[in-house]
Each structure stands twice: as structure tokens, then as C-alpha cells.
Write a protein that binds this ligand. Structure first.
Ligand code: NAD
Ligand code: DAU
Length: 347
């Protein structure tokens, strides 16, 4: 059976890397990228595969049930890789309902579309992309395992946890074939500059303050986005029905150390005297309910599916800085909102 794979959120940060990888590596699959193009979705992220014969873009909102059903019919969708979401924790604190709508109701809409369009569930897969934040916050010891009980602490993580529960409920109740992966913090090209790493790169470039929440002691586990896309490829092809796979970089950093590292790299690349950018560091009011530490134990996917990160952080962060410095127009567009205006006129 020919695979017609629906990838949702494919114009966003991680989705664009997943779409590009599948379009390039699997010429026999038809990849349908479904995205409503919120502030975080940008078709510029997909320039390299635009016009490929095995690729189609559909500007559709996952909240629109009727349009979702039409996309399943029109493209005879065989599998789903679901990334579309509201993804920024700070935005979820100011507008939780937007996260309930897209992340919870949107996911249930997609599950319903798959459930009603597919006839023989054995032949299809619904793959849901989730986050390590569903497990809550760690002290300085221990790791998140696939068996760690859910304990979401922010409106964003509560909405993602809820969507994970719905996916498992459809697996159990209706026997839809599903798989879930929960990944740690991604970094790399195409990330919207509201997130820590691209925000700092952009602000250092423009000599603006670098807002570090609290004391900068919070810890995240960082993974290069292309390595996440490679893991998604592996889980899609070899993951087992009903299973969960944790994905992470075994690469923990305190926020303040990440920011200082970026300052050093940027000083060197911009030809500034060492120490110049560090002066921009500004400690600001902490994020409400700020999770202290995330750390993934990725042994299961390593041992059962043979995936491991390919890039060392030192190399990945250099590549990331180079990408942002080499793509000034992209940064300018996403920060000015020009591209939103363009797409409103063209799609
Ligand atoms: P992103 O915000 O960069 O992209 C989200 C995409 O979803 C955008 O293209 C947006 O237009 C689209 N979208 C939003 N609402 C939509 C709707 N109602 N209908 C259709 N499309 C819609 O997000 P990201 O950082 O690439 O994250 C992608 C997925 O991976 C999310 O599910 C997120 O929870 C998960 N995740 C992210 C990270 C991370 O570090 N960024 C880590 C683990 C898991
Ligand atoms: O762990 C996976 C999650 O990682 C994903 O599910 C989310 O979609 C993604 O946004 C990310 O969430 P974080 O909240 O960890 O990412 P963010 O880049 O917003 O923040 C990283 C850390 O840096 C966090 O401890 C908050 C801090 N921070 C963030 C910003 C934007 C600052 O200190 N200053 C800032 O300006």
C-alpha cells in the first residue's frame, strides 16, 4: 500500500525538519503537510523541498473538523505524524485556552478523522509527537523514564499531557494503532525567536538585553532538531503499537551557561571583544511555576530502535548560530510579521 503521510505542523520548527527529511529520503511516500500557519508556521522553512513531486501543502486548521475529513479523503491519508501545536510555555501562561483548543481539541479532531476514515486499523499508524514536560519537574537527580507518572506543571504541559492521554485512550478503546514520543528541548535552524536560544542569538546580534529568568539555574536537556527528526523517522518505521519512546540528548545545561556560551560564540563570530555580549545578560522576574529541571533517559529508543544523537552540542550550537547569522532575512521577517502578511495575501 502506498503511504500518503499527513504531517501536521510541518511549517513549524521541528515539523519543517521532519517534512524535509521524509520528502527527501522517501520518494515513494506522498507527504501532505497540514498547517494553518500561525505566527510560528512559515513556509520559508520548506524552501528546499518546495515543488517536490511527492509533497503537498494544505493550509488547514486542525480545529476545523470538516476540512480535516476532506484532507483525509482527498489524499487517501494512510498515516499521521502529528506535530501541530501551540508550543511556547510563556504564551500558555497568558492564554491557556488557546492551548486547550489546539493541543487538546485539535488532537482529538485528528484522532476522530483517522478513526472514521481508516477501515482496517492494522494498516495505519497515528504517531503523536509530545514533550518531556508532561513528566513535570525534576530535582537535581534522576531522569524521566517512559514509566514516570505524568505530572504536568504549566498550562502548555497540561495540554500536551491531555493530548497524550487521548491518544492512549483511542489506542485502548478503538484499537487505533498509535505511538507517542516525548522529546527534550530542541534547538537548531527555523526555531521561532521567542525560545531561549534563537532569542539570545537575535538579541546579541541587535545589542539587546538577554532576559534570563530567575537566577538562570534551571536545567534543560538539549537535542539538535535534525536528530529529533531522525528519531521520529525511526519511531515511525519501527516503533511498536501502543508504545512510548523518550527522546533526548543526554545533554543537560543550566540556562545561564547556555546564555554565556552563546555570548562567547557570538563575540567571536561578530569580531567583538570577548566579554562584550555578556554585559547584555539581564536577570528578570522568573517564569510563573518554572520547572526546575528536565532530563530524559533515552535508553529505550537507543536499545530497542538503535537511535542515538549524531551531533555533539558544541558542533550543533555553532551550526545553529551560523544558520541564524546567515539567514538575516528570515529573522527579520519572522520578527516583523512581514511573512504573515504575505501568506494572508497568497494562501
Ligand atoms: P512550533 O510552534 O515551531 O510549530 C508549530 C506548528 O503548528 C506551526 O507551524 C503552526 O502554524 C502549526 N499549528 C499551530 N496551531 C495549528 C492549528 N490549529 N492547525 C494547524 N496547524 C497549527 O512548534 P515546535 O517547537 O516545532 O513543536 C512541534 C511539536 O513538537 C509540538 O507538538 C511540541 O509540543 C513538540 N515538542 C517540541 C519541542 C521543542 O523543543 N520545540 C520538544 C518536544 C516536543
Ligand atoms: O522540554 C521540551 C519543551 O522545550 C517543548 O515541549 C516546548 O515546546 C519548548 O518551547 C521548550 O520549552 P522550554 O520552556 O524549556 O523552552 P524555552 O526556550 O521557552 O525556555 C528554555 C529555558 O530558558 C526555560 O528554563 C526558560 C528559560 N528562558 C526562556 C526564555 C524565552 C529564559 O531564561 N529567558 C527567556 O527569555
Amino acid at each position: 500500500m502506498k503511504k500518503n503521510i499527513l504531517i501536521t505542523g510541518g511549517a513549524g520548527f521541528i515539523g519543517s525538519h521532519v517534512v524535509a527529511l521524509f520528502v527527501k529520503n522517501y520518494p515513494d511516500y506522498h507527504i501532505v503537510n497540514l498547517d494553518v500557519l500561525t505566527y510560528a508556521g512559515n513556509l520559508e522553512n520548506l524552501k528546499e523541498i518546495e515543488g517536490a513531486s511527492n509533497y503537498t501543502f494544505e493550509k488547514v486548521d486542525i480545529l476545523d473538523e470538516s476540512e480535516l475529513n476532506q484532507v483525509f479523503e482527498k489524499h487517501d491519508i494512510t498515516d499521521v505524524i502529528h506535530l501541530a501545536a501551540e508550543s511556547h510555555v510563556d504564551r500558555s501562561i497568558s492564554d491557556p485556552l488557546a492551548f486547550v483548543r489546539t493541543n487538546v481539541i485539535g488532537t482529538v479532531n485528528l484522532l476522530n478523522a483517522a478513526k472514521s476514515y481508516w477501515k482496517d486499523y492494522e494498516k495505519h499508524l497515528f504517531y503523536h509527537i509530545s514533550t518531556d514536560e508532561v513528566y513535570g519537574s525534576l530535582d537535581d537527580g534522576g531522569f524521566f523514564l517512559e514509566t514516570t507518572p505524568y505530572d504536568p506543571q504549566s498550562p502548555y504541559s497540561a495540554s500536551k499531557a491531555s493530548s497524550d492521554h487521548f491518544v492512549r485512550a483511542y489506542n485502548n478503546t478503538y484499537k487505533l494503532r498509535t505511538v507517542i514520543s516525548n522529546c527534550s528541548n530542541n534547538y537548531g535552524p527555523n526555531q521561532f525567536p521567542e525560545k531561549l536560544i534563537p532569542l539570545c542569538i537575535n538579541n546579541i546580534k541587535n545589542n539587546k538585553a538577554l532576559p534570563v529568568y530567575g537566577k538562570g539555574e534551571n536545567i534543560r536537556d538539549w537535542l539538535y532538531v535534525v536528530d529529533h527528526a531522525r528519531a521520529i523517522d525511526v519511531v515511525f518505521h519501527s516503533g511498536k503499537n501502543g508504545e512510548t519512546y523518550n527522546i533526548g540528548g543526554f545533554n543537560e545545561w543550566k540556562n545561564i551557561d547556555i546564555v554565556r556560551t552563546l555570548c562567547k560564540i557570538m563575540d567571536r563570530k561578530l569580531g567583538r571583544e570577548e566579554g562584550t555580549s555578556e554585559k547584555l545578560i539581564t536577570f528578570v522576574k522568573d517564569r510563573a511555576g518554572h520547572d526546575h529541571r528536565y532530563a530524559i533517559d533515552a535508553s529505550k529508543i537507543q536499545q530497542e530502535l538503535g537511535w542515538e544523537p549524531s551531533l555533539q552540542f558544541e558542533e550543533g550550537i555553532e551550526k545553529t548560530v551560523d544558520w541564524y547569522l546567515g539567514n538575516e532575512a528570515w529573522l527579520e521577517n519572522v520578527t516583523s510579521g512581514n511573512y504573515q502578511k504575505y501568506y494572508e495575501e497568497h494562501y
